[in-house]
Write a protein that binds this ligand. Structure first.
Ligand SMILES: *Cc1c(COP(=O)(O)O)cnc(C)c1O
Length: 388
């Protein structure tokens, strides 16, 4: 199905709601039935029929259909946050005594889920360098049930060879799950490479306007049905119809936004690489990126997120760089309309917190939808003032 058809039409049964071109927000917690038999019928397929909004809801359902089609999977579920989606996907595929093999630097809370939270329930986890297929294979044990990937990750963008990881896991009878938030379904479809579960922080590109927190799991009918009956209905981390409607609006421009951010990021990454105050740049679409070839093979673009190292060895100099920026907002998150800068230095010297393992000179940039020259002018004036 064409991307345009998915984003603009799929799942929108307009004759059901007065031929409105924009689907209504069905802000109802429950749904009534004309007869006992109709009630009974609906209960038989609660995952796909509106009975109760913790299960299915017509507005939320449209979002599910679009996301499944975007990721080329049979079905999808959406959640109240990316972490609710990740937790559901992971929990559905472990049990007491099971083991998870996970890439080294996944999203921090996903790391905390697998490294700290799950061990309380007898699930162990090994973190492994996902760039090294032999190391991934070496981390797999008799009791491993899940291989968890994030490619690229969202700070230094290490990739995993998805087709190779999927094939390896299939041979060993292990389920694979990937966080595909960085590439978005526009630039990477892991299911087409053999990955079983694709999870998203929809808060980032899918919604794209920094006004909704949501998550998604896209997979086979079998996996989604298992997650629906288990984690979805039981833990209840669902998305509200109103937020689903906002996410549907955001999705209309997904392709346009991805293309724009990607173009700007390619341009800015090259200019940063040439600036004397910058030591090096991490961006999968730069020819200098260590895994550039693999990125080209399994992705069709990289989007708006990159990082770089300031050359300075003076913490105060770095601090002054951030304070000089006027067009980039200092904030966490990414994937919205607004360009952002996330200084690792912000996580240093925080009262009551240990300094993080990443160097303070590492800066993450998110290029949003603004004009490239306008953004570069801001970066350049701030960089020019850093001694080098
Ligand atoms: C933000 C983020 C998450 C978590 O998503 P939430 O919607 O904030 O719960 C997971 N993975 C990646 C890569 C992210 O950037």
């Amino acid at each position: 199905m064409h991307l345009s058809e998915i984003l603009m039409h799929l799942g929108e049964n307009r004759e059901d709601y007065f031929n409105a071109v924009t689907p209504p927000v069905v802000q109802s917690s429950n749904f009534a039935f004309p007869t006992l038999d109709a009630f009974r019928h609906a209960l038989a397929s609660e995952a796909d029929r509106p009975v109760y909004t913790r299960g299915d809801n017509p507005t939320v359902h449209i979002l599910r259909e679009k996301l499944a089609a975007l990721e080329k999977t049979e079905d999808a579920l959406v959640f109240g946050s990316g972490m609710a989606a990740i937790s559901a996907a992971v929990l559905a595929n472990v049990h007491a005594g099971a083991h998870v093999a996970c890439v080294n630097a996944p999203y921090s809370w996903a790391r905390s889920l697998m490294g700290t939270y799950l061990p309380r329930f007898g699930v162990s986890c090994t973190f492994v360098d996902g760039q090294d297929l032999a190391a991934v294979e070496g981390a797999i044990r008799e009791e491993t049930t899940l291989l968890y990937l994030e490619s690229p990750n969202s700070l230094t963008f290490e990739l995993q060879d998805l087709a190779a990881c999927a094939a390896l896991a299939k041979r060993r009878g292990i389920v694979t799950c990937i966080d595909n938030s960085y590439a978005s379904p526009v630039f990477q479809n892991p299911a087409a490479l053999g990955i079983d579960l694709v999870v998203h922080s929809g808060t980032k590109y899918l919604n794209g306007h920094s006004d909704v927190v949501f998550g998604a799991v896209c997979s086979t009918r079998e996996q989604i049905s298992k997650i629906f009956k288990g984690e979805y209905m039981t833990l209840g981390g669902v998305l509200s119809p109103h937020d689903a409607a906002l996410a549907l609006r955001g999705l209309r421009t997904l392709e346009l936004r991805m293309e724009r951010s990607h173009r700007t990021a390619c341009d800015i990454a090259a200019r940063l690489e040439a600036h004397p105050a910058v030591a090096s740049v991490n961006y999968p679409w730069l020819p200098s990126f260590g895994q550039h070839e693999l990125a080209r093979r399994q992705m069709s673009g990289a989007g708006g997120l990159l990082s770089f190292y300031l050359k300075t060895t003076d913490f105060a100099e770095a601090e002054a760089f951030f304070d000089r920026l006027e067009h980039f907002l200092l904030a966490v998150s990414w994937g919205g309309h607004e360009s952002l800068v996330l200084p690792s230095a912000a996580f240093y010297k925080v009262p009551g917190r240990e300094d993080p393992p990443v160097p303070w000179a590492l800066v993450r940039l998110y290029l949003g939808l603004e004009d490239t020259e306008w953004l570069w002018a801001d970066l350049k004036q701030a960089l020019d003032a850093v001694q080098h």
